[in-house]
Ligand binder design. Structure first.
Ligand code: NAP
Length: 251
């Protein structure tokens, strides 16, 4: 497949879990170049060596806290300096700390919203001038079932941040449709990544039971939906949300 052949993508949170699978699938699809923006330097380093060994795509790793505007702008500038363009942005970086209501504070509420939601605004704002210049762009944002039913586990602000992602995407879809920039969301159910691993086996069992398919999804299954939205097959889709949750919202 050469759908992504001349394209350059930024994948935030690309060192681990879903973002890592997206980076691998994009490289498998012969994407020209990838920037992986994460706070996990060692994991990014190891991933870039692995990708460059197995695929032809160029890989830039950028240690970036995506909730920090200066860092985000530097990361996008680095991408432009290295590859000359940015066509696809995957707003994927996120956290899901287990914090009960009694321990919820304004500080941890603000922290979660900055990492999960403000980051998507900052990254979108930073790449849009380049997409608008080319009259081409794909903005793909990772939400969660928590946006639809409230946080499944973790902090109250988690579901709030993920609902905000959907509203942000719809705004961007309307605002930039005339410039051929599409904005869509992929909304995962429970996916087997280090985030859900950290919740322990009891919770993972609960997640499996929650889905009519009686299992967690794999990061690769999530990456397939992201690839669809990044490729030419989704050219008439904008402002949409694709649910990848094993039917979890049916019950
Ligand atoms: P993951 O394996 O923990 O990957 C997320 C990556 O983002 C990690 O490397 C993480 O680093 C990094 N990150 C955290 N804060 C960051 C920041 N401020 N700047 C840059 N990078 C940062 O998690 P995942 O399960 O793949 O999650 C990816 C996305 O899917 C998240 O937005 C998550 O909310 C969403 N999602 C996941 C599930 C699920 O079941 N897995 C379900 C619904 C939605 P650290 O490890 O240091 O935090």
């Amino acid at each position: 497949m050469n759908d992504l052949k001349n394209k350059v993508a930024i994948v935030t949170g690309g060192a681990s879990g879903i973002g890592r699978s997206v980076a691998e699938l994009f490289a498998l699809q012969n994407i020209s170049a990838l920037t992986i923006a994460d706070i996990q330097s060692d994991l990014m380093h190891e991933l870039s060596i692995d990708l460059e060994k197995r695929f032809d795509s160029k890989v830039l790793i950028s240690k970036t806290d995506v909730s920090n505007q200066v860092a985000v702008n530097q990361m996008v500038q680095q991408t432009i300096d290295c590859f000359g363009q940015v066509d696809i942005l995957i707003n994927n970086a996120g956290i899901c700390p287990m914090v009960p209501w009694e321990e919820t504070t304004l500080e941890n509420w603000n922290q979660l919203l900055s990492v999960n939601l403000t980051s998507a605004f900052l990254c979108s704002q930073a790449v849009l001038p380049y997409m608008r210049e080319k009259k081409y762009g794909r903005l793909i944002h990772i939400s969660s079932v928590g946006a639809f039913i409230g946080s499944v586990t973790g902090h109250v602000a988690y579901g709030v941040s993920k609902a905000g992602i959907i509203a942000l995407s719809k705004y961007l879809a309307k605002q930039f449709a005339s410039e051929k920039i599409l904005s869509n969301v992929v909304s995962p159910g429970s996916i087997d990544t280090p985030i859900t691993e950290s919740f322990g086996e009891e919770n993972k069992k609960r997640f499996r039971e929650f889905s009519p398919l009686k299992r967690q999804g794999t990061p690769q299954e999530l990456a397939e939906a992201v690839l669809f939205l990044a490729g030419s097959g989704s050219s008439y889709i904008t402002g949409s949300t694709i649910h990848v949750n094993g039917g979890s919202l049916l019950i």
